[in-house]
Write a protein that binds this ligand. Sequence first.
Ligand code: FRU
Length: 442
Amino acid sequence: MKAPDNWINDPNGFIYYKGYYHLFYQYFPYGPRWGTMHWGHAVSRDLVTWEHRGIALYPSTYEDRNGCFSGSAIEEDGKLYLAYTGVRYEVVNPEDPHTCLNEQFESAQLMITSEDGFHFDNEKGKSVIIPPITDKSIGDRTHTRDPKIWRGKDAWYLILGSTVEEKYGEVLFYRSEDLHTWTYVDKAWKGPDYGWMWECPDYFETEGGGVLIVSPMGLLKNGEKEKNQSVCFPVEFDEDTCRMEIPDRYQFADHGMDLYAPQSTLDAEGRRVMEAWIRMPKAAEEGWIGMFCSPRVVERKDGHIYFRIHPNVRAACSKEITDISLASKDGYMAVFELEDGEQADIGGFLITRNGNRIRTDRAAVYPSFEGAHLISETPEITEGYRVEVLVDDNLVEVYINDGEYVISNAVYGLGKTIKLSSGKPVHLYTMREEDEGQQGEE
Ligand code: FRU
């Protein structure tokens, strides 16, 4: 999904509710750049075709007057509940009313409900559920944000991203019986090698065990521009004590280094499905900036976390074509296996098998700037080099071995050609056209 116009970043309030997938998102409606945050809103029947529905949340209270930052959704008694971070600038940037000066701001956690998922009373419907944190031993007054709520066995739980004195990222756990009164219970953090602030935490359970996803700021220490990256850990969480053991080793949620701030929910069939923001260094030709990855099913098996192509995307992309010229404007899927040394060239985007790794190179289809990330590579793969690529005008998603690893890259000016260096055939499947979609069907 692409920004409707102007700027989008994180997915928010992702939920299947009353027959629709709702995907809200961080939205700046006044220009193609980050600024005072609103929640934009999109809906879908199938996670594939999305319809933008305008602005759901906008700054309207003392606590959120400078931005409605990221948050999540849950359903209870037929109502939709959104929890999010309200931001209040203490010193506005004199040169730009949409940003603040030197990080002088305060964050509170707010809630708003809706009877149908489409109408929100921004004027009277907001309440503060967690005021700005004043106890430094718990968290930071400024950098505490992005509440994600889930239902546990006997209570509701909320995870928040924060920082230990702007040095180490941490997550805070709260518990509630009624969704209104929240009590802080415990926290988890790892120390200096894991970024200074953990944004957009998400915790969920899968058949194979619990998964924690966080987006640490300043995780990478290389010369590249994007130091903030999303990582995941296989974890166990104890509801009675809110204790979470986080292992030392993390996995990147995506190896393309463009994917950030993922958020998951359960789909209509009970699968754990994830969306995430794909960062872009400049606007697309049509002027918008920011997009989301294709929905991914998250599974944990033997301690590894898989991000698989969602079955609805496969179903929408199942019509085989014999030539790339027959692919729809909404994109296509290319499927092939790579022998060692073999390369696929997708309109200038290169995918190579290099020993036990898959490597991509987007130098020909990406702007060149200081710190640009052009080459991506998976860790060592033990078995199988089956590659499925979802290709769209501004996004290439490379799924290896059914989501063992994924490399997603923003691209510009991708050609409509495809070639394997070995000359072997590539299987091509076109994306169903929008008017063939299921939008509006019951
Ligand atoms: C992550 C993030 C969140 C915050 C939002 C603001 O990209 O920085 O932590 O809530 O974006 O737009």
